[in-house]
Design a protein around this ligand. Structure first.
Ligand code: MV4
Length: 496
């Protein structure tokens, strides 16, 4: 392998280009019309235009991407996440074009891509899964029968689904027929398959996932877990490693189960096995993600490994060169996903021109960013701008470090969710790790309610300063900002 085409954009394309540089591999970027000046295009050795802005005419055009790889004589394709990363037909097409697809074989993607097939694979691997069916439901009558057996509440899910689409919680037999019809038709509309199956509903679960990596020689190891419970509308907001509720024994049991599943499905390359974990710390297989994930950096921080290096070396046919006992977890890492969206306006996307950019750095901070000052964030793709990662010896120190880094971060010209993270990281529930998949929604409702009663603390401080002296600036020596709102106010001046 000498030259890698990166079939993606934004921060993940840059992340992969960096790994290629470190490994002495040449890089080819691909781009759509609105990404002609995007950072990944500027960073790569060569770049090829795919087409107009819509993903269906650019980053999803597997035929054009393979043609570009041929013309520029790339010998491998890294798909990143999203776009074509979990498309089995694309993985097969790469192979047919004698291009090394840096990811799992199409066959493993198919075996794990369907939720019902994945549940059958979990059974074969003797992995605990949520009780329910392992095949699609043939009729409402069958659904009623199974639901009676496993007991309400239950959940209807689309076999081809993911991300919460085609999913319905059902609390009683009365509600099942209409929920079945709704889930089936939503599944048909969203995924082109109406196949729906049934699971027992796990209440207030945590979402915890295990990172695995497998080589072509039958070696597979797990690289610990990531706690991903802080989500909003099935969109992860904060991830961390390790999880505060996972001890060595639970980690070993979840990790060994994940490795069994990967090996039994003929999996190669990096993958993630998702689990729901209930209040009694029972874990249940949920699904497998057959790609490098957005949140992979927190695993890299606590293991000291480079997942993209490992992906490329196993894709080249190298043995892993690591055994399970070589993997040690050290310290704590937290990731905040920085989005171009407005938390004060129902998280409405806020793309546009970035006029000013001050980026955090310093001890224990990693910023995987896909933007620069002067870049226009297109409205055509996911509005994630960057991932801010804080690493420290303990969870408490990582939270403090993240708060410090967020204070250093200024993005001007567009709205971002940066301020939301301060609210989460200062919340007692988050600080004591009392989180589940409903945590963030509850916090937002609760903070919205208290907002209308009392003003935010910086306004209280400002009011106090004004009341206690004739001049606000006179009460605070300029050289030593005594309160956070003075330094914040100065940076706010840069936003325009
Ligand atoms: C569940 C569940 C409770 N019980 N399945 C949501 C997305 C999809 N990938 C699986 N999801 C869930 N499946 C059973 N049997 C709760 C969720 C769920 C969830 C899961 C992970 C992360 C965030 C979530 C938010 C709401 C619901």
């Amino acid at each position: 392998m000498k030259k890698v085409l990166i079939a993606n954009r934004g921060e993940i394309a840059l992340r992969i280009i960096r790994a290629c540089r470190e490994m002495g591999l040449a890089t080819v970027a691909v781009y759509s019309d609105v990404d002609r000046m995007a950072p990944h295009v500027l960073a790569a050795d060569e770049a090829v235009r795919l087409g107009p802005a819509p993903a269906a005419e650019s980053y999803l055009r597997g035929d054009r991407i393979i043609a570009a790889a041929r013309i520029l004589e790339a010998d491998a394709i890294h798909p990143g996440y999203g776009f074509l990363s979990e498309n089995a037909a694309f993985a097969d097409a790469c192979l047919a074009a004698e291009l090394n697809f840096i990811g799992p074989p199409g066959s493993a993607m198919r075996a794990l891509g369907s939720k019902t097939l994945a549940r059958q694979a979990a059974d074969k691997a003797q992995m605990p899964r949520v009780p329910g069916t392992v095949t699609g439901l043939a009729s409402v009558e069958e659904a009623l029968h199974v639901a009676e057996e496993i007991g309400y509440p239950v959940m209807l899910k689309a076999a081809a689904g993911g991300g919460g689409k085609g999913m319905r919680a059902v609390t009683s037999a009365t509600d099942l027929p209409s929920a079945f019809a709704a889930a089936s038709s939503e599944a048909e509309r969203s995924f082109g398959s109406s196949e729906v199956y049934l699971e027992k509903l796990i209440e207030q679960p945590r979402h915890i996932e295990i990172q695995i990596i497998a080589d072509q020689h039958g070696n597979c190891i797990y690289l610990g877990e990531r706690e991903c419970s802080v989500q909003r509308r099935h969109q992860k907001v904060i991830e961390e490693a390790p999880s505060a509720i996972v001890d060595e024994d639970l980690r070993r049991r979840m990790g060994e189960a994940a490795v069994r599943l990967a090996l039994s499905a003929g999996y190669v390359n990096a993958g993630t096995v998702e689990f729901l974990v209930d209040a009694q710390r029972n874990f249940y297989f949920l699904e497998m993600n057959t790609r490098l994930q957005v949140e992979h950096p927190v695993t890299e921080m606590v293991t000291g490994l480079d997942l993209v290096h490992l992906q490329m070396s196993v894709a080249m046919g190298q043995p892993l060169g690591l055994t399970q006992s070589d993997v040690a977890l050290r310290g704590h890492a937290i990731e905040c996903r920085i989005y171009a969206e407005d938390p004060d306006n129902n998280f409405f996307p806020s793309p546009g021109l970035i006029t000013r950019l001050l980026e955090p750095s310093g001890p224990g901070i990693r910023l995987d960013s896909g933007v620069y000052a002067g870049f226009t964030v297109p409205l055509d793709y996911d509005p994630m701008l960057a991932k801010l990662v804080a690493y420290a010896p303990t969870r408490a120190a990582a939270i403090d470090r993240m708060l410090r880094a967020l204070d250093e971060y200024t993005i001007g010209g567009i709205r971002t969710n940066i301020a939301l993270f301060r609210r989460i990281l200062l919340d007692e529930g988050f600080r004591t790790a009392a989180i589940d998949t409903g945590y963030l929604e509850r916090l937002l409702v609760q903070q919205q309610a208290s907002e209308s009663v009392s003003p935010p603390p910086e306004i209280v401080a400002l009011a106090a300063a004004i009341l206690s002296s004739a001049s606000v600036t006179a009460s605070v020596p300029a050289a030593t900002p005594a309160t956070r709102w003075t330094s914040t106010a100065r940076r706010e001046g840069l936003r325009a």
